[in-house]
Design a protein around this ligand. Structure first.
Ligand code: DX5
Ligand code: ZN
Length: 225
């Protein structure tokens, strides 16, 4: 068992002081950067320039979640912007082979490759392809907005991933994104997640570092069982 990875999502940060917000969660492990294009999801966030700005103020791992169409056209831009991990949606690529090819391209650039899966997309077709990916991101809300309610049924996908990863002896990380808070992180850790994205549960608090610490404590406790 390794220590839980807490990845605060800057989507919920105050953009008027983004640098300070990122520095306020320096006790987190990663920084989650949500990229939305207004097409793949019905919302727009930011792009490579803001990502680069975030990279300048932190040494933390930049966990870049692409909620965009044609992700293959953008991976170089995000590599150049400082992404350490690039996660694209399986729903945004043509088929399974295209996902494997894109993961290979990302890894070839020296960046970790992840896939993400929307709530309505089954995980089964991906369970025998995990060796191509460094990370699997399970969405526990419909992608597009922060502050939504956690969907506990998504933990079935986490359990299926955990079983497949362990059986295949892989070190692919399982990350969960959407509605993670002090009341949902323990069940997520117990289901087998390694990494936890939290937007409003961190940036919605006055003491953001304390919120990160609380999430870490709860996840660590649940992982120990
Ligand atoms: C949703 C994004 C999430 C979002 C999570 O589409 O992918 O990363 O920031 O926000 P919370 O933690 O508030 O649900
Ligand atoms: Zn995200």
């Amino acid at each position: 068992m390794h220590a839980p990875i807490i990845s605060p999502s800057i989507l919920a940060a105050d953009f008027s002081k983004l640098g300070d917000e990122v520095r306020a969660v320096a006790n987190g492990d990663w920084i989650h950067v949500d990229i939305m294009d207004g097409h793949f999801v019905p919302n727009l966030s930011f792009g490579p320039d803001i990502t680069k700005t975030v990279d300048k103020v932190t040494d933390q791992v930049l966990d870049v979640h692409l909620m965009i169409e044609n992700p293959e056209k953008w991976v170089e831009n995000y590599r150049d912007a400082g992404a350490d991990c690039i996660i694209f949606h399986v729903e945004a690529v043509a088929d399974e082979q295209a996902a494997i090819d894109l993961a290979e391209k990302i890894r070839g650039m020296g960046v970790r490759a992840g896939f993400s899966i929307k709530p309505g997309t089954p995980i089964e077709p991906w369970l025998d392809k995990l060796k191509h990916f460094d990370l699997a991101l399970v969405m526990s809300v419909e992608p597009g907005f922060g502050g939504q309610k956690f969907m506990p049924d998504m933990l079935d996908k986490v359990r299926a991933l955990r079983k497949a990863i362990d059986e295949q002896g892989l070190d692919t990380l399982i990350e969960i994104d959407g509605g993670i808070s002090a009341s949902t992180i323990e069940e997520s850790a117990a289901a087998g997640c390694d990494a936890f994205v939290a937007g409003s549960a961190v940036f919605g608090k006055d003491d953001k570092a304390a919120a990160v610490e609380e999430l870490r404590t709860l996840a660590t406790k649940a992982l120990a069982h």
